[in-house]
Design a binder for this molecule. Structure first.
Ligand SMILES: Nc1nc2c(ncn2[C@@H]2O[C@H](COP(=O)(O)OP(=O)(O)OP(=O)(O)O)[C@@H](O)[C@H]2O)c(=O)[nH]1
Ligand SMILES: [Mg+2]
Length: 165
């Protein structure tokens, strides 16, 4: 996971030639699939089993690229989107996406496909938008509802990057 999110960040910084020094990566997906946990693990190196209430939060992370300090704002979003208008803003503005589903929740897999379709319908040049699909809760194999093959087949067909964690 670590390398996939990091790769996404580097890619989007490399293509961002604007004067702004901040780019946004939106982490989207259904409620309780593990978006906040993944971000905490990536940014702080830790994981807690405690569930925290869904909040919309911004985590800036600095990167030194060619001697210049650039920031990536990781946007943690609420899965049970109470604010559809916020989702529309993320979808229209983010430079990159991490779309998360749980392998134990087939509806969450349908949701990431809907999200990607929405991104494609709103954004031009969507093939150049860095987007990583994450199948989370791999440790819950006994409750699996989404077959690895189904996810890989979709990711391959839609030219997306992916990982299972
Ligand atoms: N077994 C297992 N549990 C996980 C994993 N990742 C997260 N969880 C648990 O799943 C629950 C939900 O995780 P969150 O990270 O809060 O999920 P979220 O997607 O941010 O949820 P919302 O903020 O409601 O949208 C928590 O109890 C986590 O501890 C995982 O890989 N495996
Ligand atoms: Mg959360």
């Amino acid at each position: 996971m670590r390398s996939n999110i990091a790769d996404t960040s580097i890619t989007l910084l490399a293509v961002d030639n604007s004067a702004r020094s901040t780019s946004q990566i939106a982490v989207l997906g259904s409620g309780r699939v593990g978006k906040s946990s993944i971000l905490q693990q990536y940014l702080n190196g830790g994981f807690s089993n405690a569930y925290t209430e869904p909040v919309e939060d911004i985590y800036p992370k600095p990167y030194d690229i060619n001697g210049k300090r650039r920031f990536v704002d990781y946007m943690d979003t609420a899965g049970n989107i109470y604010f559809p208008a916020m989702r529309k803003i993320y979808i229209s503005k983010a430079k990159g996406f991490v779309l998360v589903y749980s392998i134990c929740d087939s509806r969450s897999f349908e949701e990431v496909q809907k999200l990607w379709n929405e991104i494609k319908s709103v954004r031009e040049n969507n093939l150049s938008i860095p987007c990583v699909i994450v199948g989370n809760k791999l440790d819950e194999e006994n409750k699996r509802q989404v077959e690895t093959f189904a996810a890989l087949e979709w990711v391959y067909r839609d030219n997306l990057g992916g990982c299972f964690i």
